[in-house]
Design a protein around this ligand. Structure first.
Ligand code: 5AD
Ligand code: SF4
Length: 446
């Protein structure tokens, strides 16, 4: 290195929300690496602070503004020390708020929506010249063509985005408005990125998309399905495990169901949100399927993959939900039996069709959420306990907190703690499960 090589600039990214955002943060860090930015895990003294925001949670925008208030103090400190801190807001709040962000918090230099991350270095350059750097457009061009760094080694598990956006328009959800219409990546691009990841040491790939099983390829691949993509990915040597998330029940086609029985590399874990168990509520949510159709669908998948671990999302207290309708959700949960799940109290998102409907009484909604979570937690504990005594293939991922301990992942996406050499990282070992906790298992190398 010559003496004139500038010191790396420090980039702090705070990521909120879903796996899609985790993935996007990694891509933004890669894009800015070519500008000499290196990521750091503390915002203090950073040259750039980027908030990668999520709009799913309640009062998301307000939380971002209060976080920006904290960043403002750090920026002032940096300035007093003779430096400069660039501040950016990315993600769904950036998409939804746009220029409103710089109006309310002039500290912000860059506002970038999820469709424009490939233009981030350009926007940063603009901001440095004091120009407005706001990009929340939905471009027609290939927004997936992202810059890639040198072939750096990667962790054994990785996310790979295959589609973005959603055309489903569930009545409660902002995604179709913040992430836009559904768009799939060309299959050859996805396969090339997967091969590249495997060359960097990746063993397990999770295909990501807001509505991933609506995947349909692009251009000359427009007739590809997620099942076909999975079958092709399974041919990649060195790639051992394939997962995908998140799916809509109506896009689980016959071939994707069959793949769960036929493709060994496709892991027996499925996140398939149903949101509610009452047909009237499902209709009001615009989910376009009944509770019974969902249950029959699960039966079909379990028929080909009996050990399938199911995960779901639930919303309680959707406007108009009666006590009996809530009980329909509880019955569905009992019938399906989940290994793991996420549950939320309904809260209105401005701009969504459900947002001006009258809310269920807040105390009643909290009570329902608590009862639902008690049931789901019991099912999760039962599932964890049912694994004790089994021998499972575990992908060793990273060191644990204890001496000599490694953390791996079961086929069912459970964290497994075990004593193992760190040289085993990235390999799949057989382990006997000897104990269970609500969020992890304890294993012993077989
Ligand atoms: N209120 C409560 N939960 C919501 N989700 C999405 N929008 C809302 C909302 N307005 C939940 C859904 C979705 C998950 C990602 O977040 O369950 O599947
Ligand atoms: Fe939102 Fe999922 Fe419904 Fe799409 S399918 S609108 S992302 S909840």
């Amino acid at each position: 290195m010559s003496a004139s090589t500038p010191a790396p600039k420090k980039l702090f990214i705070k990521t909120y929300g879903c796996q899609m955002n985790v993935y996007d943060s990694e891509r933004m860090a890669e894009a800015l690496a070519s500008d000499g930015y290196e990521t750091t895990d503390a915002p203090e003294g950073a040259d750039m602070v980027l908030l990668n925001t999520c709009h799913i949670r309640e009062k998301a925008a307000e939380k971002v503004y209060s976080e920006l208030g904290r960043v403002k103090k750090l920026a002032a400190k940096k300035k007093a020390d003779g430096g400069e801190m660039l501040v950016g807001v990315a993600g769904c709040v950036a998409q939804a708020e746009g220029a409103e962000i710089t109006r309310r918090q002039p500290l912000v230099d860059v506002v970038v929506g999820p469709q424009a991350y490939h233009r981030l270095p350009e926007l940063v350059a603009k901001a440095k010249q004091g120009e407005a750097a706001i990009d929340t457009d939905f471009p027609e061009e290939d927004k997936f063509a992202r810059s890639r760094g040198p072939k750096a080694k990667r962790a054994p598990t990785a996310f790979l985005t295959v589609q973005e956006g959603c055309d489903k328009f569930c009545a409660f959800c902002v995604v179709p408005y913040t992430r836009g219409a559904e768009i799939s990546r060309p299959a050859d691009q996805v396969l090339a990125e997967a091969r590249d990841l495997v060359e960097r040491g990746v063993v397990e790939i999770t295909l990501l998309g807001q509505n991933v099983n609506a995947y349909h390829g692009a251009g000359k691949d427009q007739d590809w399905s997620l099942a076909k993509l999975i079958r092709e990915l399974a041919k990649v040597d060195g790639l051992e495990r394939i997962r995908f998330t998140t799916s809509h029940p109506n896009d689980m086609d016959g071939d994707l169901i069959a793949a769960h029985g036929e493709v060994d590399k496709l892991m027996p874990y499925l996140h398939l949100p149903v949101q509610a168990g009452s047909d009237r509520i499902l209709d009001a949510m615009n989910r376009r399927h009944t509770a019974d159709e969902y249950i029959r669908l699960i039966e079909r998948i379990r028929a080909v993959r009996p050990d399938l671990a199911l995960s779901g999302d639930f919303i309680v207290g959707f406007p108009g939900e009666t006590g009996a309708e809530f009980q329909d959700t509880m019955s569905l949960i009992r019938e399906v039996n989940y290994a793991q799940a996420y549950s939320f109290k309904y809260s209105a998102r401005p701009g969504t069709p459900a947002s001006d409907l009258p809310l269920v009484d807040a105390a009643e909604a909290s009570d329902r959420l608590q009862r639902l979570q008690t049931l789901l937690h019991q099912q999760q504990t039962d599932f964890q306990t049912s694994c004790v005594g089994k021998r499972l293939p575990i992908l060793i991922e990273k060191p644990g907190r204890m001496n000599g301990q490694m953390i791996g992942r079961s086929p069912y996406l459970q964290a497994v703690h075990l004593q193992a050499a760190s040289a085993l990282t990235g390999t799949i070992v057989e382990a006997d499960i000897i104990a269970s906790k609500p969020n992890s298992l304890e294993g012993q190398l077989a």
